[in-house]
Every structure is written in C-alpha cells, then in structure tokens.
Design a protein around this ligand. Structure first.
Ligand SMILES: NC(=O)c1ccc[n+]([C@@H]2O[C@H](COP(=O)([O-])OP(=O)(O)OC[C@H]3O[C@@H](n4cnc5c(N)ncnc54)[C@H](OP(=O)(O)O)[C@@H]3O)[C@@H](O)[C@H]2O)c1
Length: 231
C-alpha cells in the first residue's frame, strides 16, 4: 500500500505511478485526467509527439513519453527510461485500440486484421515489460478495454472480436501469473489484471476513467481475473 502524508496506509491510487498506454484519444484524456486528479503520478505514452504535447497541456503535471508500443525494442527503451529514473510502475492501463470491420466474413481482410492486431501486440509487449513491476508493487494493476463483441461475435466484426478475445485471454494469463507469484511467495495477492468490456466508449469515457481510478480502491483478490462490464 502507498503511505499517505500522515503515515497511514492508503489503499487508493494517490501516489501510485501509472502508465497509460495509448493515452491520446478521448478516453486516454479522461483516464489520464482522472488518475492525475486522484493524485496518481501518470506517464502518458503515445506514438504521436504533438498529441502528447497537447495532452500534457490539458493535464498539467503528467509525464509523457513517445513510444511505438507495437515495437519491442521501443517498449524495452520505454521501460529502461522509466526504470532509469528509479521508477517502478504500479499500473498499466492499456488503451491502444481502433476498429475496422464490416462486410460480413468476406470483408475481414488481412489488412484490417493486421491493423487490429497492433492492439494485441502492444498489450503483449507492454505487459511483459512491466510484469515484474506490477508483481513487486503493493498495488499492481493491469487493465484493458475489451468489447462486448467477445461475448457475441458478429461475422462483420470477426477480426475485431478475435483480437479482443485474444487480449482477454492474455490478460487472464497475466492474472494467473500474479496469483501464482503470490502463492509461491506465501504473500497475499496485491496485483490484479482485469478486462473492462464495453460496446461503445463514446460518452462513457468518464465512466471508464472512474472505473480505472476505482481499481485501487478494491481488493486485488476480488478484482484479479475479472471482466467488468462498463455499460
Ligand atoms: N471506442 C470504442 O467505442 C471502443 C469500444 C470497445 C472497446 N474499445 C477499446 O478501448 C480502448 C480505448 O479506445 P479508444 O477508442 O480510445 O482507442 P484508440 O482510438 O485506438 O486510441 C488509443 C490510443 O492509442 C494510440 N496508439 C495507437 N497505436 C499506437 C502505438 N503503436 N503506440 C502508441 N500509441 C498508439 C492512439 O494514438 P493515435 O490516435 O495517434 O493513433 C490513441 O491515443 C481500445 O483498446 C479500444 O479497442 C473502444
């Protein structure tokens, strides 16, 4: 647990170091702002320097880092930069996404699949790079935003549903790793990996942001390996 100024144990997000991966969309802005308002130290990561600069203008006090999260060497560099300043992350909020689809099964092109797969690639890379941090934290949290399409895949969104299903499976594997780590060490579980599910984020950006902040208000044991519907 983070320690408050009064010396009391604080199980909230205040003081936590949280990495928002893919932070420059509307939902990234809402999540970054909510985390910073709640007292978290935020590093907002994106691949567009101009958008990150605007985000830093909108949410003063955050740190930003330009990184292509689908590039393994670049993600390793990001981890080295953060660890080089003696920082260990307490949270990874994965927001790299995007949607392409339509046209039934015949419309599920390879080009669109490769575009959508970037989200899963970024999740694999960033979660691996910071897994040790999350396990070592007194309140490690990994969250992804998945889709209602996983529960009801449609032919016209088969590529998208498949990528989101893979992302949920990966997140569950991370969760199992957290559980095993705590069990092997004989310590209570302090880390949790969760998937939020939503049909559309439009208009629900602040709901997502509140749910992200709330991850640190809940017990890791009750959160870990869960799917949380946002709508
Ligand atoms: N939007 C919805 O209705 C909806 C519904 C269900 C689930 N979700 C999921 O919710 C999450 C957030 O959604 P969103 O609509 O905000 O996602 P988004 O539009 O894909 O935005 C995610 C952010 O990731 C950045 N990004 C993309 N590729 C990157 C890379 N290679 N390296 C670093 N940053 C990169 C984007 O920057 P650029 O804009 O500069 O590329 C953007 O800031 C996603 O995982 C999405 O799949 C969204």
């Amino acid at each position: 647990m983070a320690e408050s100024m009064s010396g009391e144990q604080d199980s909230g997000v205040a003081g936590r170091f949280v990495l928002v991966a893919g932070a420059t969309s509307a939902s990234g802005l809402a999540v970054t702002r909510a985390l910073a308002s709640a007292g978290a130290r935020v590093v907002a990561v994106g691949h567009d320097a101009g958008k990150l600069e605007r985000l830093a203008g909108d949410v003063p006090g955050i740190r930003t880092d330009v990184c292509d999260l689908t590039d393994e060497a670049a993600v390793r560099g990001l981890a080295e930069r953060l660890h080089g300043t003696a920082e260990r992350v307490d949270g990874v909020i994965h927001l790299v996404g995007g949607w392409r689809g339509g046209g039934g099964l015949a419309g599920q092109s390879e080009v669109d699949y490769r575009f959508l797969e970037r989200s899963f690639t970024a999740l694999r890379l960033v979660s691996r790079a910071f897994d040790d941090d999350l396990r070592a934290s007194t309140g490690g949290r990994l969250a992804i935003v998945s889709s209602a399409a996983v529960a009801r895949p449609l032919a016209g969104g088969a590529n998208y549903a498949a990528v989101k299903a893979a992302s949920e499976a990966w997140t569950r594997a991370v969760a199992q790793g957290f559980t095993k780590n705590a069990k092997d060490a004989g310590t209570p579980l302090s880390a949790a990996a969760v998937a939020f599910r939503v049909k559309s984020l439009e208009g629900l950006e602040d709901t997502l942001a509140g749910a992200v902040v709330g991850l640190w208000a809940q017990d890791a044991a009750s959160l870990n390996d869960t799917v949380i519907a946002l709508d």
